[in-house]
Structure formats: C-alpha cells, structure tokens
Design a protein around this ligand. Structure first.
Ligand code: ADP
Ligand code: MG
Length: 713
C-alpha cells in the first residue's frame, strides 16, 4: 500500500490557544462541553470559532413603537413596563405586559416560563425588548421577546449585528440556544489577538482581491458592524476555504507525481500497430487521438497514472481504452477492464472479442457467474500470464485473482470507485498498475477539478462523425397511443425501441408491479407474433437478463422494456426510439444517460418523455432542458444549479465538496479565482519554500495537525 504524504518533513503538533479544549472557555461547564461535543462536534476553541452564524439580527438601532409597521420583521424597543397581567386558564393561560415609550404602547406575551418571567419583571422599570414583530387587532406585539434591563449605554443599540447560530433541540433545552452560543463566541473572540489568527494568504493575493485580514474576517463573520462588513468577511473566508482545498489537492497530485513509481510502456509494438492498420473499423476522432496521446505520455513517464477520462455517452471511450490495453500487451503487461454490471461486462467482452477476433490476443470474461472449472481456467491464465485482457465486474479485483504482470486497469462508468478500491488494485503488482477511470456522467469542469483534483483529467469532447442529434419530445401520457403508433412506424422501418420505467429505490415491489403493468400494456400495443419484446429488470437472474438482452442485441426482439438497468453503456445502434415513462421521476443526468442509448447509429433517433398530468416546477424545468439540448455538459451544469452539488458523480462520499461556507455552485466565481491562485503558486513554488508563501505553508501545517489530511492513500 502506498501512502502519499503532502510533506515529508514531520510536523510538531502546534498547540495554540485555538487548540484548547472547549471546557477551558469561561462559561463552558463540563456538562455543556460534553453537549457541545456531542451535538455540534465542537471540541476546541477553533471548532467554536468555525461554527458560523446562519444569519444576523439587527439590534443596532432602537425602533419607536409608533414607527412599527408590518414590514418590520423584528423590532427592538426601549420603554417602561406599565402593566403585567396573567390571563386565561389551562392551555390558554398567558402572561401579558404593556411596554410604553414616548411614542406609544405595545404588548408583550408569554405562554411558557410564565411564573419565572413574572417574578423577574417589575412594573415601572425600563426594559430593552427584542423579538419577532406581530400585530394583534392592529396593535404591535411581540411573543416571547428577549428582554433585559435598560440602561443609558444601551440607548444606541448594539454596535454589531447579533449572530444567530445553528443549535439543536437538545442544546436548546439545556440552555445552549443560538444566542447562548453567540455569547460563548463573543467571549472567545475577546481572548484572541492577531497573533492567534495570523495572516494565511500571500500579500499579493490579498492586494489583488482587496481582502480584509484573516483576523478581521474571523471576527466580523460573527459580529459584523454592518451587512457590508459581513459580506467582506464571508468573501474572504470562502476564498480561503476553496483556495486551501485546491492547494492540498495540487500538493497531493504533485507529490504523487514525484514519488510514485510507475510501470513504463515505452514501446508501441506489433499488436497496437496491426490493430490500428488492419482492424480498427473507423478513423479515430481528433479528441480520441488527443486522449490516447495523453494516456501514452503518462504511461511512458515512469510515474503511475491515475486519470479520469470523461466523454459524453457514445463519444467512444472504449476504443481508446482498448488501444491502450494493446500497448500494455506490447510491453508485456496484462490489462483489466471493470464494468459496473454483468450486462456491461458481457457487452464489452463481446465487442472487444469481435474487434480482436483475428489477433493473437487472449481476452476473457470473469463475473460473479463464472463458476467452477471455467473460473479456475480463467484464474490460471491470469496467473501464468497467458491472458492479455480480463474483462469483468467487481469479481476481477477479488484477492483470488492473481496476475503475472498487471499493468493497466480500466474502470468503466464507476465514479464511485473510491480510493480504497483503487488501493486494492495497487496491490496487484509490485509497482502499481496505471489506472484509467472512464465516466460518461458529464461533470462540469469546476466540479471535476474540485472533486477529482488529485486525478489527471482528460475529456473526449467530440462525437464520432455522422451522429445525428437525438430529437427529444415531451408528451403527456394521454398521448401514449399516438406515441406507440410512432414506435410502430419506426419498427416497420426495421428499427428497435426501448421503453423505460422508473426505479424508485424505496419500494422495489412497487417498481416491479409498475414494470409488469407497463409490460402488459406494451404487449397490448405490440402483440405477438408480429412483435417480440425483451424485458430486463433488477430482480432477474443474471443469466436471464443476459439472454433477454442478447435477444434484443441480436434484433430477435424489437422492443426492450426495462427499468433503468440499461442506463449505462449498453450499445444497440439499431435502436432509434427511447420512450421514458414517468419521465418526471428521473433526474437530469439520468435522463441524459438513458437518452444516450439511442442515436448511436447513423439513423435519426428519438427520445420521448412521457409524463403524468401533474408535474412539479423542477421537473418541468428538467424536461424543458432535455428537449432543448443534447449537450451533456450543459445538462450537467443545469443539474448542478437545480440540485446543488449534493451527490453528483458520487462525490458526496469523498467529502471533498463539503465546505463550511463555500458552495461550489453559487460561489463559482470565487472557486475559479481560488483555483487559479492555487495553481499559480504551485507552478512556481511547488514546495512552498518561497518566503512569500510562508503564511500559506504554516496554515497548511496547522490544518494538517488538526485533520487526518496528512495521509492520503
Ligand atoms: P462510450 O464513450 O459511451 O463508452 P463507446 O465506446 O461505447 O462510447 O462507443 C460508442 C459507439 O461508437 C461504439 O459503437 C463504437 O464502436 C463507436 N465509435 C467509437 N469511436 C468511433 C469513431 N471514431 N468513429 C465511429 N464510430 C466510433
Ligand atoms: Mg461506455
């Protein structure tokens, strides 16, 4: 197992005031400290400092009672308590008070904590009152106001906006509501000086973006004088967050480049050349050539390749991978291609075997269904080196699969394939094999660079020639008979069609019933023996799935009824129609993936989105985008806007997109600036040895002591 260290010099854990345990803060008892740890994961002073308010309330001004109107959401008033009375019985029991200033009178009401409040307040005294303003019978009123004795110093109001913090029900009942947390933060800030929160950005960046200092930003985000101060603080801290994230990824990448040893594929030999000259059935697109060059350069460089290859559905990633596998074989190395499902593995096996049919290359398929003697035979070929290319599912990375000399691993459509699984592959050879992760999930560039910043990145941004754009239509399910007539016309021309049903994970039983109902309905439109239908769904045995799929591939059936199992990769160029039932239930990326199953041949293809009568605004938006564009990257950008970065491409698990303040969708401008800044620094000073970058280096080390970032394996 390889461990990559960002820095090789050991770091002594820095003990600063900020790393003090939270109980050391005045006002935090052991009991409260435990609660803060459990409920908000606040262990140290720094954790508290980094618990940011989600909004502020403005108590900087005093309102006059006569001036209050329903447009004020909150009110802060100083006045004399003129009346205090308990009214009602049982559940209707409440305490009411009247507060008077020079301009008028308002009402205060309490339903809870009545006896305690009644004792604490006395008529005739001056009070300062704050709360959410309401009106009752035209009179201003505050229910459960914050109330404190009024003194002359308070006449000007607070000199800062008061922060409101996230809290939990449990904390609230134990006296640690959002306001109480604010008091702790305030107390903490009094203890801190500029030396505890030193500058962490180089002078040049601060100048360029006119940032306020790190120290000021840390204070002002909590207790800003005005909204403008708050915005300055947030902008600065978001930049920091994104900048340091990019910097870390960049450091990991360059450390890997420097330290990792890679297998060397330095020759382009007989296998590659004869395939290229005799068997490649088409010309490569320029984008495919470019990517092939990038991969070849990596694989010849002497360092291990970890590359993400992105290309829209149908852009021809597989052939690029195959040609690299031939180069691997030319250099005496074995290759593996791993697909997410058996159907896809089978399909890769079929198409790759067909392409290599005339060549002396040994290709085998290994999946969960490979058993007994057949399996033993495959394993033997891997071990004795007679096999060149192994195609399969997760089964190929099991420990029993031992290779003589594994050099190249292709992971198809598996962006969720995490660091741990990659590490498993690394163990399969003394020097780890090169890894190519292929995905058709179009990930916007900004997101890719943030989420996969430690991988190298290639894009096939061009489709093979002759592809016609898919015509996408949105129809109400009332129009199903007409849609089916249209499908019949296409079938009459010798084409095939997919009809897809949604898969709603919570209830596979309901999904299954819907699919069966759909199947019966499709059958009534397309009766045997004129029409034959294949059906594929998740509950079938692999063999059955495969048989049904194969019948469709061979054009023995004209229709394929399925759930989303055909989502990725399946390739039947003769299929020209895709009907998606309940299309409103699919996400954008998924719709795009599904649509990519058609339009793979030279014929004009269609995608028809059927929906029920009631669809949400979001769903309507998705359908509109699908109808408007075929461009996977545009769709991904829109998807990101609508859904937020939640779990695009399985990035959630990676934790790389979980920022405290920044949001990579809304803060894209800051993200770009931060990335540019980080890249510029690493380009000239990859070790951060430059004096100007000392603040950056120190901050990273301090962060490193705090988190487990130091070791990325
Ligand atoms: P994906 O990138 O979605 O995995 P595939 O590799 O399955 O795409 O390729 C889609 C189809 O396009 C396949 O039938 C493949 O043979 C074909 N293809 C790939 N590259 C080219 C090319 N340069 N010219 C013509 N057809 C191509
Ligand atoms: Mg593919």
């Amino acid at each position: 197992m390889h461990c990559i260290f960002v820095k090789t010099t050991p770091i002594s854990p820095q003990s600063t005031i900020l790393s003090s345990p939270i109980e050391y803060l005045h006002g935090v008892t052991t009991f409260k400290g435990d609660l803060l740890k459990k409920e908000l994961e606040i262990f140290t002073f720094r954790d508290l400092l980094e618990l940011y308010p989600f909004r502020h309330v403005d108590k900087t001004k005093l309102d006059t009672i006569a001036g209050l109107s329903p447009v004020n959401e909150y009110a802060q008033v100083a006045g004399k308590l003129t009346h205090l009375e308990l009214i009602g019985e049982g559940k209707g029991k409440r305490l009411t008070a009247k507060l008077q200033d020079d301009t008028g009178e308002m009402e205060l009401v309490w339903f809870r904590g009545i006896s305690w409040i009644q004792k604490a307040l006395s008529v005739g005294q001056q009070y300062l009152v704050f709360g959410r303003l309401g009106f009752f019978l035209g009179k201003p009123q505050i229910v459960h106001p914050e109330i404190e004795h009024f003194t002359a110093q308070k006449a000007g109001g607070k000199y800062y906006l008061e922060p409101v913090y996230p809290s939990t029900e449990k904390l609230k009942t134990k006296g640690l509501n959002g306001r109480a947390i604010g008091k702790l933060t305030y107390a903490l800030l009094q203890l801190l000086s500029e030396k505890d929160l030193p500058e962490n950005l180089p002078e040049s960046i601060i100048k360029k973006y006119k940032f306020i200092s790190h120290f000021n930003a840390c204070g002002q985000i909590h207790f800003p004088a005005t909204d403008k101060h708050y915005n300055h603080a947030v902008r600065r801290l978001k930049f920091e967050e994104l900048f340091f994230a990019q910097l870390r990824l960049g450091l990991i990448k360059s450390a890997r480049h420097r330290h990792s040893k890679g297998l060397i594929f330095d020759k382009v030999g007989e296998l590659f050349n004869s395939f290229y000259k005799q068997y490649l059935p088409f010309d490569l697109t320029n984008a495919q050539k470019k990517v092939l060059r990038e991969i070849r350069t990596d694989a010849g460089s002497g360092r291990q390749m970890n590359r993400l290859l992105q290309g829209d559905v149908g852009s021809g990633k597989t052939i690029v991978a195959l040609m690299m596998m031939l180069i691997a074989a030319d250099n005496g190395f074995q290759s593996v291609i791993m697909a997410p499902t058996e159907i896809l593995a089978q399909q890769h096996f079929n198409s790759i075997s067909a392409l290599l049919k005339e060549m002396p290359v040994c290709v085998k398929l290994l999946t969960g269904s490979s058993k007994g003697k057949q399996r033993a035979e495959i394993l033997k070929c891997c071990e004795d080196g007679s096999l060149h290319i192994l195609i399969g599912t997760h089964a190929v990375i099991e420990d029993q699969v031992v290779f003589k000399n594994l050099g190249f691993v292709v992971i198809d459509e598996q962006h969720k394939f995490g660091v741990a699984q990659r590490a498993r592959l690394w163990k399969k050879n003394i020097i780890p094999p090169h890894i190519l992760v292929m995905t058709a999930t179009p990930i916007p560039r900004t997101l890719a660079l943030t989420a996969y910043g430690d991988l190298d990145y290639s894009v096939i941004d061009e489709l093979p020639p002759g592809r016609q754009p898919i015509n996408t239509l949105h129809r109400s399910e009332m129009a199903r008979p007409q849609v089916m007539d249209f499908v019949k016309e296409e079938i009459a021309k010798g084409r095939q069609a997919y009809i897809v049903y949604p898969l709603i994970e919570e209830s596979s039983k309901v999904d299954y019933e819907n699919l069966m109902k759909g199947y019966e309905e499709v059958k009534s439109f397309f009766p045997e023996p004129k029409y034959w239908i294949s059906m594929v769904h998740g509950k079938q045995k692999a063999v059955q799935k495969e048989t049904n799929m194969q019948r469709f591939v061979n054009a023995d059936t004209q229709l394929m009824v399925s759930t989303t199992v055909i989502e990725v990769g399946v390739n039947v160029p003769n299929a020209t129609v895709m009907v998606i039932e309940s299309a409103e239930k699919f996400g954008l990326s998924q719709l795009h993936q599904l649509r990519g199953r058609v339009g793979r041949g030279a014929e004009k293809s269609f995608c028809i989105l059927l929906t029920g009568p009631k669809i949400s605004g979001d769903a309507r938006e998705r359908l509109k985008i699908m109808v408007a564009t075929n461009d996977g990257f545009k769709i991904a950008e829109k998807d990101l806007e609508i859904r937020g970065p939640g779990d695009i491409g399985g990035t959630k698990q990676s934790g790389l997109l979980n920022f405290k303040l920044a949001n990579i969708v809304q803060d894209r401008v800051i993200l770009e600036a931060a990335r540019e800044a980080a890249e510029a620094i690493l380009a000239t000073d990859p070790e951060l040895g430059n004096d100007a970058h000392l603040p950056v280096k120190k901050y990273l080390q301090q962060q490193k002591a705090k988190t487990a970032w130091s070791k990325i394996s």
